[in-house]
Design a protein around this ligand. Structure first.
Ligand SMILES: C[S@@+](CC[C@H](N)C(=O)[O-])C[C@H]1O[C@@H](n2cnc3c(N)ncnc32)[C@H](O)[C@@H]1O
Length: 431
């Protein structure tokens, strides 16, 4: 039987221009308790998620799923609203960031005690720089790196796997970019020629991050937040660990086909913690677990265009996908970089078809998916991502699809690579 239809925003009211422009960005989260513990540029607005979950049509004791939970925005907002949630994330480092944020219910005294221990040990130690890779040493003068190393060693010595320990790990991870005097724009490659005027001092920045965590935990308690989230390291394309028919609502945003490399985005943090040493390690350690959404992934996996186009998963869009893939294959031969965008795009839709199949299994009858998506134009060849994802959702067994545009993209920057207008918005899928 069909459950009562959800009537969530935006049908109940259109967003203001500012809301529309910021809901798909992390900007507002940097002022929100717990969300602000790690700046995750690829994230969306926690306030927007909370609005959806507090809509009266969301069923009492309903469950929300985010199959691409990233830094945990959906799950943190669900805890804030007292709603049950499950998040999946395939990037091993990102899943640790989300898990640490979900330890917000930790005792503030335990965090204070552990951070005091770490700070006192770090203050008494000189720290060493020799074992760090050239990437890390390019980012920090020896004096700063010695203090970061002292904190890292003190954290490791004191680590007991407790929630307080993971929050201290997150505090140290979150200050790494602020402590570097070179350009370390959030989730971008290191820019050694750019300089920050006033990089943070590591011990002071660590103390400040811990202080902020304690304040945010108290604020979450005051508003009656409840720890009801489960975050799993898993794959949205195949996730048997999530039971069938359990989700009332899915709120999510998958990677876009815009060549953003999620593996490279956290390279500085992963290298600091010794999880990778060279750029070449990223594929083995991270990228191979993710959806195909960047050309490095397609190249490393040696994806073959005709093989991908013949896959049953993409048949619902094959007539439109084929000419786009062929055009990208042709354009590539005229470009210096010769990027594998043709197999990136084909591989992306094969993967997303699998995601829709899993979502159909996991969503209740009458449940709803709200997916924040953006289209793309690699080498200036337009890919109507939102439309094709809609077609694939229907092919997977959902009954209705609508797209609500929230903002235009690729309109402002003088140095943009192509002039194809792009958009971003919400794909609302009912089933
Ligand atoms: C757009 S981000 C989501 C950000 C999130 N909404 C937030 O606010 O933090 C997409 C996420 O999907 C993850 N991802 C990529 N492939 C995945 C897969 N196969 N299964 C689960 N997660 C995946 C990426 O690592 C990235 O963190």
């Amino acid at each position: 039987m069909r459950a009562a239809q959800l009537t969530l925003w935006p049908e109940t009211g259109q967003p203001s221009r500012r809301e529309a422009e910021t809901l798909s960005t992390f900007i507002d989260n940097m002022r929100q308790p717990v969300h602000r513990w790690f700046r995750f540029a690829a994230g969306y607005s926690g306030e927007w998620v909370r609005c959806l979950l507090e809509d009266p049509s969301f069923p009492p004791d309903g469950l929300v799923l985010d199959p691409f939970c990233g830094s945990g925005t959906t799950l943190v907002s669900a805890d804030q609203a007292g709603v049950r949630s499950i998040g999946l994330e395939a990037h091993p480092f990102t899943v640790r960031i989300a898990s640490a944020k979900l330890a917000w219910c930790c005792d503030t005294e335990a965090i204070a005690a552990r951070s005091r221990l770490i700070l006192s040990r770090a203050s008494a130690s000189r720290g060493a720089v020799e074992e760090y890779t050239s990437l890390v040493r390019t980012c920090y003068p020896d004096q700063i790196l010695q203090r970061l190393d002292a904190l890292r060693c003190a954290w490791r010595e004191a680590d007991d796997g407790s929630a307080a320990s993971w929050l201290c790990w997150l505090a140290l991870t979150s200050i790494l970019r602020a402590c570097s005097p070179v350009g370390t724009a959030n989730m971008e490659l290191i820019q050694p020629k750019k300089h920050k005027r006033a990089p943070a001092e590591p011990l002071a920045a660590f103390s400040e991050a811990i202080w902020q965590m304690q304040a945010d935990i108290r604020s979450f308690r005051r508003v009656g937040a409840r720890p009801r989230a489960a975050v799993l390291r898993g794959d949205a394309r195949q996730c048997p660990e999530v039971p069938s028919g359990c989700a009332d609502l899915v709120i999510t945003s998958p990677p876009y086909t815009n060549n953003f490399d999620y593996a490279d985005a956290l390279r500085l943090e992963m290298t600091f913690w010794g999880e990778v040493t060279r750029w070449g390690d990223l594929h083995r350690a991270v990228r191979r677990h993710l959806l195909v959404s960047c050309s490095q992934h397609a190249t490393a996996e040696r994806l073959q265009p005709e093989e991908l186009l013949a896959r049953p998963e993409v048949q619902p869009i094959a007539d439109e996908l084929r000419p786009v893939v062929h055009e990208l294959a042709a354009v590539r031969t005229q470009r210096g970089g010769q990027k594998h965008y043709h197999t990136m795009v084909a591989g992306y839709f094969v993967d997303m078809a699998k995601v829709w199949k899993e979502l159909r299994r996991i969503c209740k009858e009458g449940g709803r998916v709200c997916m924040v998506v953006g289209d793309s134009a690699p080498y200036g060849v337009y890919v109507p991502v939102h439309r094709w994802l809609g077609v694939m959702a229907l092919a997977a067994g959902f009954s209705e699809v609508r797209f609500a545009k929230t903002r235009d993209r690729n309109t402002k920057w003088k140095n943009r690579k192509h002039r194809v207008p792009l958009l971003e918005g919400q794909l609302w899928v009912d089933g």
